[in-house]
Structure formats: C-alpha cells, structure tokens
Design a protein around this ligand. Structure first.
Ligand SMILES: Cc1cc2nc3c(=O)[nH]c(=O)nc-3n(C[C@H](O)[C@H](O)[C@H](O)COP(=O)(O)OP(=O)(O)OC[C@H]3O[C@@H](n4cnc5c(N)ncnc54)[C@H](O)[C@@H]3O)c2cc1C
Length: 496
C-alpha cells in the first residue's frame, strides 16, 4: 500500500501527509489516546517512511523527516510528538546502529502502513536527568541478554510493539547497553499515568524482565552515556520542526482571536499591549522557523549527530521555551475563554497544557543549558568565555554584527551561572540562525529584525539574573562551593 508513495516527489508526498493531518485538527480532534485505526491513516500516508532506509521500504530522507513533523505539528502538536518519538527516537537508532539481522526483524513492520508503534525506554522512577543512576540491568545469558528493571513515563507505555531499552551492567566496571525488546518478551505496564496534555500518547510505569537474542544489542560504546545523548539528539533537534509548525498555528489563532474579540469600542487587536503580546508570539514563530531552517539545511539525522551537540542543545532549549511562552501569551489574550477545556472559540487551554512539558522532557532545559556552557568552557583554551563566543562559528556572526555584550559571562561560573550562561549562549546562537534564515530565504527583513530584538532582550535578561545572583539571593556565600565538575554527558574536545 505504501509502495506507491516511494516514487512521489517530496512536495507531492508532503501534500499527502498534509491532507491526512488535517483530519486531526486540534480544534476538533478528541483529547484521547490515538486509536489504532487513526494511526493507520497516518502510517498509510507514509509518516514513518522518511526514517526508514530504502532497502526496508522507506524514503530515507532527513529533510522529509523534518517536514512531516512540522506539517503534523501545525494541525496537532501532540501528534507531532507521537510521530517524533516513533521516528526520531525509537526507529532512527535501529536504522543506524542495529545489526542487519535486527533491522530485518523490526524495520519492515514499520514500512507497510500497519499501525505499528515503537518507544524508547530510558527514564526510571529514581532517575531522569542523571541517567548514570539507572537501576535497570542487563546480563549475558545463554543465547543473549536478560534485561530487568523499571522504567516510567515512556511514550506508548501500553501500546508500543517494540522498544529500545537502556540498561547497565556493573560486573566488570560500569557498562551501558541498548537493546531492542519485543513487548511480548517481557515488557509490562503496571500503572498507566494520566498526563496533563499530549493526550494522544499513553504513558505509564513499566516493568521489564526480558531475554533478547544477542543480535538485538545495538552497536554502541558501552563505557559512558554518550550513545544515549546521541540517540536523543534527533528528537531534540526536531523540537525546531514541532515549534515551527505549532507556532505558525498559534500565531494564526491568536491574531484571528484578537481581531474577532471586541473589547470596548473596537477589536482587542487595537490595544497596543495586545499587539506587543502578538509580536512576542510572532517572533517566537520566527525564531523556530529559523532554527528549523538550520535543522533542515545544516544537520543530518541520517548519521551520527554528536558533532552537532552544542547546536542541538541550543535548538531544544530555545525552541521549547518559545513554544511555552507563546502558548502562555495566547492563553492570556483569550481571557477567561482560554481557561475553558474544549472551548469552541479557541485552542489555547490545551495548547498551553500540551506545550508545558516540552521544557521538561527529552532532557530538562536547565540541565541542557548547563551542558551547553560546559561544552564551551571546555574549549576556551584559557580565553574569557565572551572572547571564545566572539570567535566560535556558532555565535561569532551574531556577536559581531549585533555587538552583543557577553562580558558578564567572564567570571567564575558556579552551577547556577552555568545554567543561565547556557541560555545566553543559546540566544546568541539563535540570533545567528535568524540572520542566516533571513539571508537564505525570502523572509521579510522586519520579521528577522523583531525576532533578533527579542533575543537580545533575552540576553539582557540573563545579564540581569547574573546581577540578581550577585546580590546573594541564594544566601549561601559562606557555604563550601558546590560540585563544579563538568557533566559526563558533554562531549570532550577531540584533543583531550
Ligand atoms: C510527557 C512525558 C513524556 C516522556 N517521554 C519519555 C519517553 O518516551 N521515554 C523516556 O525514557 N522518558 C520519557 N519521559 C521522561 C523525561 O525525559 C524525564 O521526565 C526528564 O528527563 C526529567 O527527568 P525527571 O522527571 O526524573 O526529573 P529530575 O531529573 O528529577 O529533574 C527535575 C528537575 O530538577 C531540575 N534539575 C535537574 N538537573 C538540573 C540541573 N543540572 N540544573 C538545574 N536544574 C536541574 C530541573 O528543574 C528538572 O526539571 C517523559 C516525561 C514526560 C513528562
């Protein structure tokens, strides 16, 4: 059935996705777990195909992976996440690093238009941000590996047919492993979770006690968590595509509502502060569109992405922050009707609940920001951080062209400063992406200018937070300095 899709041009193929995605319009689609029949509509339209190599019936395209997510997210953000988890998080590592035998066993199930689901099981009740604390173990047994432990908050806890599971072994020093597990081999959901948003996806607490054949272990370095960081990079980068689709919709909805709603003698959109909120929403869209352009043109989910670590940390944190802040502006603009579930006049209540988790999951933004700073600090070669950023290819053009004053970063950076500094670095990175997007597309220069002004104000905000911290608000000046070693998930410079 999906074979006919393989010969389509990218634009015709995406038009087909668009036509089906429109049926899932978040204004009308029920807030419920996606029924298998509805998932079939999307798999038959080919949403999984760009992730799959051609020899397994796929279209094998980085650009199309991005465009599918953007298109689906414009109609229904949770559905964009649904597709992202299956494609970017679960199937991509299998397509890239599994043994041929394992690929042959798993991937053909996902190319034929059946309602197949796959998930990634990493987080445990006792650890999410610091995954070195995982308790799920693997051990070699006759014919393969036995994996035992508990995982929670997995997308598709109850519905996934195949899993990618992370586990550890401490028999000869710490070793990590990643295993492809069929649900029926011993993956059991013991408690369903009720999320506040993203209702199309089912979540829960899971117990694993499974024996898998040897060929189902993914080829990945075992001594540290670097492979897991890499496996999460595609979904983190795809936040730009989700953000671009979602915020195009939110911008449209917010403008239409503000034009329709009469306050006093005229439309709400005539109030100047309302226009400021609309500008904040519009510039958030611009920022995500620029990050998405960078994702489409400069990154490649079809290969190892670890080299893009700093760019991806910046994309994830800025795109998700923009999604959340724009959703909040939209909900504020809608007033009381924005606090009503299922309101017929707007989608703001659910949009806010859906966007809320984006700054938390897939690596909490605070941790990712800290890691971005540490990535840069490990490469300064003794220079002040601001000097490094003025020369670093990812921020140099923005720093020079907009005379960004990042001198406030040049001090002893405690943990709290590193989180904030990472945000400033990510904003500077984003200014550079907006500049490039404006140069390489037919975007209106005024849109780019406004987005850059908002990002510069964000950097000034971080500088203000540094000043706030300097007043001693944490009240711990006399305490011993906190642990300042770098996170072990941050790639070290090649020369180290
Ligand atoms: C809707 C949803 C879907 C999910 N999907 C999946 C999935 O498919 N598969 C999967 O394996 N997991 C999934 N997760 C788990 C998710 O990735 C984790 O919740 C997330 O990584 C955070 O881990 P945690 O919840 O244990 O929070 P914790 O690690 O306890 O962190 C809590 C908070 O501590 C603070 N914090 C932590 N570290 C730092 C730091 N260095 N600096 C400053 N503050 C810090 C932050 O405020 C952070 O939000 C999902 C979670 C949700 C809610």
């Amino acid at each position: 059935m999906t074979k006919d899709l393989l010969s389509l041009s990218t634009n015709d193929y995406i038009a087909g996705i668009e036509a089906v995605a429109a049926r899932f319009d978040s204004a009308t689609y029920p807030q419920q777990n996606l029924p298998a029949d509805d998932w079939t509509l999307l798999t038959r339209a080919g949403v999984l195909l760009p992730t799959l190599p051609k020899e397994f019936g796929g279209r094998d395209s980085h650009l199309e992976m991005c465009r599918v997510i953007e298109t689906v997210s414009e109609w229904n953000l949770p559905l964009g996440m649904y597709v992202t988890v299956i494609t970017g998080v679960a199937l991509r590592p299998i397509a890239l690093w599994a043994d041929d035998e394992a690929k042959q066993e798993v991937l053909p199930h996902y190319s034929g238009g059946d309602p197949m689901v796959a998930g990634f099981a990493s987080t445990e009740p006792g650890c999410g941000s610091a995954m070195s604390g995982m308790t799920t173990t693997f051990e070699e047994v006759e014919g393969g590996y036995r994996i035992r432990g508990r995982k929670h908050w997995q997308a598709f806890s109850l519905s996934a047919h195949w899993w990618l599971v992370s586990a550890k072994n401490d028999e000869h020093g710490r070793e990590y492993g990643y295993f492809i597990v069929k649900r029926s081999e011993g993956f059991r959901t013991v408690q369903p979770y009720e999320p506040l948003g993203l209702k199309v996806i089912d979540y829960g607490l899971n117990e694993i006690d499974a024996v898998v054949p040897r060929h189902r272990r993914i080829r990945a370095e075992g001594g540290n968590l670097r492979p897991m960081v890499e496996m999460l990079m595609a979904s983190r980068a795809l936040m730009a595509a989700m953000g671009a689709g979602f915020l195009r919709r939110i911008s449209r909805e917010a403008h239409a509502y503000a034009d329709r709603r009469i306050i006093g003698r005229g439309p709400m959109s005539g109030i100047r502060f309302v226009r400021y909120r609309l500008a904040a929403i519009d510039t958030s869209y611009t920022v995500c569109a620029a990050l998405n352009h960078y994702l489409q043109t400069s990154l490649d989910m079809k290969g190892d992405m670890i080299g893009a670590f700093p760019a991806v940390q910046a994309i994830k944190t800025v795109a998700t922050e923009r999604m959340l802040s724009a959703a909040q502006h939209y909900q504020q603009l809608v007033g009381g009707e924005g606090y009503r579930s299922g309101s017929p006049t707007n989608i703001s209540a659910q949009a806010f609940l859906d966007a809320r988790v984006y700054t938390i999951f897939d690596g909490t933004n605070d941790l990712l920001s800290q890691q971005l700073t540490e990535y840069c600090l490990a490469r300064t070669d003794g220079r002040p951080l601001s000097e490094f950023l003025a020369e670093w290819p990812l921020t140099a053009a923005a720093v020079t062209e907009h005379r960004l004053d990042l001198g406030f970063l040049d001090q002893n950076l405690e943990q709290e400063h590193r989180v904030l500094a990472g945000r400033a670095i990510a904003y500077a990175f984003s200014i550079g992406r907006v500049m490039r997007w404006a140069d390489e597309t037919d975007a209106a220069p005024a849109e780019a200018r406004a987005a850059i002004e908002f990002l510069k104000a964000d950097i000034a905000g971080v500088a203000g937070e540094f000043r706030l911290l300097a007043t001693g608000v944490l009240g711990d000046e006399d305490e011993a300095p906190a642990e300042t070693s770098f996170s072990r998930s941050v790639p070290v410079p090649a020369s180290v």
